[in-house]
Design a protein around this ligand. Sequence first.
Ligand SMILES: *Cc1c(COP(=O)(O)O)cnc(C)c1O
Length: 399
Amino acid sequence: MPADQSAHTSNIRPPAMGEPYLLTPGPLTTAYSVKEKMLRDWGSWDGDFRAMTAQLRQELLALIGDDKQAFDCVPIQGSGSFVVEAMLGSLLPRDSRTLVLVNGAYGQRIVKTLAYIGREAVVIDKGDYLPPRGAEVAAALKQDAAITHVVVVHCETSSGILNPVAEISEAVYAAGRKLLIDSMSAFGAIPLDVSEIRYEALVSSANKCIEGVPGFGFVIARKSELEAARGNAHSLSLDIHDQWAHMEKTGQWRFTPPTHVVAAFIEALRLHRLEGGVEGRGARYKANCETMVEGMRALGFETLLRDRWLSPIIVTFFCPQDPKFEFGKFYDLMKQKGFIIYPGKLTVVDSFRVGCIGQMDPAVMRQVVEAAGQSLREMGVESAAPPQAALAEREKLAA
Ligand SMILES: *Cc1c(COP(=O)(O)O)cnc(C)c1O
C-alpha cells in the first residue's frame, strides 16, 4: 500500500544541532539516520561490506524497471563529474563521434571532458536555458552520418530545466545512434524507465535525489555496452569496464571504496523505498517546488523558466531589479535564518537558485519563503520584480 502524503512528510525532521537546511542540489540535507550509519567502520574486503555493495547495485537497478535484466549497475568512487568522465571514457569508443546537447554548465562540462579524453564531439548549444528538441537532434543526426552517440543532461542543474529526454531518445534511435544520459540530479525522483525511454547508459551519484552523502557515483548501463567497453578507457581508475569486471568476479570495488558513504547510502535507499520509490520521492519534490515557487512569486520574484520546463529539483529566480538587492547580503540573511541557498549560474542575467531536494517538505518550503520575505524587508527591498530585460529574454521560451 502506498504511504500517504502525511505519513511520509511527517518523517522529515529538522537537521540536527541547528545545522542550516541546504537548499542546494547536492550535497543536500540528509536524514539523521543516514548520518548515523557513518559511525561504524567497515572492512572493504569483508563479506558484510560486499553484501552492501551487492544490495546497492541491485536496488539501483530496480529503479529503472529493467525486466529483461539487460542492464547492470557499476558504482565508482568520486564525485559526479568523475563518474560522468568514467562513463564517457569507457563507453565511447576511441573512434566515436558524439553529439553533445548543451544548455548549461553541465552540458559544457561534458564537452570539456570529451576534449580532455580525446573523443570527437559536435555540439548543439542552446544557451542558458532553452531545451534541445527532438526535431533538431534528428536534423543534426541526418546531416552528420559520422555521429555515433548523443549525450544529454536530464535535469540541467544550472538552470533547473528538465530536458525532454523522451523525444530526444526517439530521435536518436530512429537514426540508429546511441544515447547516454547525465541524470545526476534527476535519477531517483524523475522516472527513467528503460521500458519507456531507450538509452544505453545513465549516470548519477550518491548525494542527489537518493539523498545520500557525497563520495561515489554509479553508471547504469546495458551489459552489452559494458562488455564492449573493454579497452576503451583513457584512465585506469575511471575504467567502468574494469570496475565492473572486478566487481562481478570478487564482489569488491577495485580500489578503496568510500565505506561510510556506502553504509549511509544503504540507509538512504531504505528511506527512498519507504517513501514510495521514484514516484513518492518525485511527488514530495514536486510539492516542495510548487509550495516554494508559489510563495516566491507572491513576494514578487519571477522564475527564469516557464512552468512547462520547471523541474521539481531546483528553481532559478531572477535577482530583483531594486538597487537595494544584493545577492551576497541576501545569502547571508537567509543563512542566518537557517537556509543555505545557491548562487545562479547563468551567463546573461543575475540569478539565484533554490533547491527542492533533500530532507525537506512543503512545511519547510513555507519557512523558506517566509525567510526570503523577511530578508527582503531587512535589506529595504521594496519590490522583488526582475529587470524588464530579463523577462523579455524569457519570452523566447514561449515559442
Ligand atoms: C551534480 C551534477 C554533476 C556532478 O557534479 P559534481 O560536483 O562533480 O558532483 C553532473 N551533472 C549534473 C547535471 C549535476 O547536477
